[in-house]
Write a protein that binds this ligand. Structure first.
Ligand SMILES: Nc1ncnc2c1ncn2[C@@H]1O[C@H](COP(=O)(O)OP(=O)(O)OP(=O)(O)O)[C@@H](O)[C@H]1O
Ligand SMILES: [Mg+2]
Length: 113
């Protein structure tokens, strides 16, 4: 199993949720986060003053999927989250040792079906 972390533009969350659901990925956790990438946030000038916000609001989606579904999940997220502009986000993939459904005690792949 793998954990897919996707940090996306907040305005894309409904599109990504819908796309994941259509592709059969229903269990997700969503966080409101702040972050910055290689542009170090955004800056703008007003009447000679430089303003900067370095930590921009982003949305983080976590989902745990079977190893063989990782590629498909990543593709769904990329296609639904992408605008083509800077700040579209990042996807990180982490190994997961175990998953357990509390109600039934099912574990492993059974727990994430
Ligand atoms: N190396 C990183 N480690 C952890 N989080 C990151 C990293 N890079 C980006 N992020 C997170 O992803 C969010 C979006 O990053 P962003 O899409 O701006 O990446 P980027 O590398 O600057 O690419 P782009 O040039 O397309 O903007 C950031 O606000 C931050 O929360
Ligand atoms: Mg960036």
């Amino acid at each position: 199993m793998k954990m897919v972390h996707a940090i996306i533009k907040p305005e894309k969350v409904e599109d990504v949720k819908r796309a994941l659901e259509s592709a059969g990925f229903v269990g997700i956790t969503v966080y409101e986060v702040r972050g910055r990438g290689r542009q170090l946030g955004i800056s703008w000038r007003v009447r000679g003053h430089e303003y900067r916000v370095d930590m921009l609001p982003k949305l983080k989606i976590e989902l745990v999927v079977p190893d063989e579904e990782v590629e498909r999940a990543v593709k769904v997220i990329m296609e639904s989250a992408r605008t083509g502009d800077i700040g579209d986000g990042k996807i990180f993939i982490l190994p997961i040792d175990q998953a357990i459904r509390i109600r039934t005690g099912e574990s492993g792949i059974e727990a994430i079906k």
